[in-house]
Design a protein around this ligand. Structure first.
Ligand code: ATP
Length: 229
């Protein structure tokens, strides 16, 4: 699903690599937490998976494709096969809940009849049945993140990448979001999630990959958060 072969990334004008010779493999169906202190390289790792950045050396494979060999015009197609969720939700503020989710399908040319069928189903799945016509601004943070997850999952992607999805949420809402991601993972979708949320990592006991100053320092099955702030 994801493979890094000796991947290093040094940003322009930096003398220290943001990622330093990282090699790892994430298999289909796994749930993986990416942890590490601020600046350890987590976002860089995720950006390389989305080909928002390219490695300085080494190779990144996602969904069986060598991203270094992917032509630029194929990148949007590759990204549409992934679901992405971010800390700041990134909803379209002038569209309703249902329209936000439908939009993800409209841009890939899904017929209206299919959209009308699956949008209510996925909103029901994330616990937002009955809130289809609300605007994002009328929802709590936890509900907004559920919309973002519905939008990310409505295509049934093989891989869902989440960057601090609970970063703006209180503990109770965070647990709800994690239950949802766990459910999505159980449908077979691989989940890769960068987080600072110790309670959640310790509770879920999934694979934990820890970065420290760009180095992969820990890769633990059913792991805990581990490092000190
Ligand atoms: N666009 C950029 N240009 C230059 N340096 C960058 C850029 N993006 C990140 N860096 C540097 O690369 C290193 C890793 O940053 P990265 O954002 O990947 O860390 P992170 O683990 O995601 O941190 P956080 O938890 O704070 O989001 C840091 O030293 C950072 O300053």
């Amino acid at each position: 699903m994801i493979r890094f072969d000796n991947v290093s990334k040094t940003y322009p004008k930096q003398n220290r690599p943001a990622l330093d010779n990282v090699s790892l493999e994430i298999e289909k169906g796994e749930f993986v937490f990416l942890v590490g202190s601020s600046g350890s390289g987590k976002s860089t790792f995720l950006r390389l998976c989305l080909r928002e950045e390219r490695p300085s050396t080494g190779a990144v494979h996602v969904l069986g494709k060598d991203l270094g060999k992917l032509s630029n015009w194929k990148v949007p197609h590759m990204r549409r096969q992934l679901g992405t969720v971010f800390q700041d939700f990134r909803l379209l503020p002038n569209k309703t809940v249902a329209q936000n989710v439908a939009f993800a399908l409209e841009v890939i040319g899904k017929p209206k009849s299919a959209i009308n069928k699956v949008v209510p189903e996925v909103l029901e799945l994330v616990g937002l049945g009955g809130k289809e016509d609300r605007m994002p601004g009328e929802l709590s943070g936890g509900e907004q993140q559920r919309v973002a997850i519905a939008r990310a999952f409505v295509n049934r992607p093989m891989l869902l990448i989440a960057d601090e999805p609970t970063g703006n949420l209180d503990p109770q809402n965070s647990v709800g979001i994690m239950k949802l991601l766990d459910r999505i993972n159980r449908t077979g979708t691989t989940v890769l999630m960068a987080t600072h949320d110790q309670a959640i990592v310790d509770q879920m006991r999934k694979r934990v990959i820890e970065l420290d100053k760009g180095l992969l320092v820990r890769d633990q099955a059913r792991g805990v958060y581990g490092y000190q702030h």
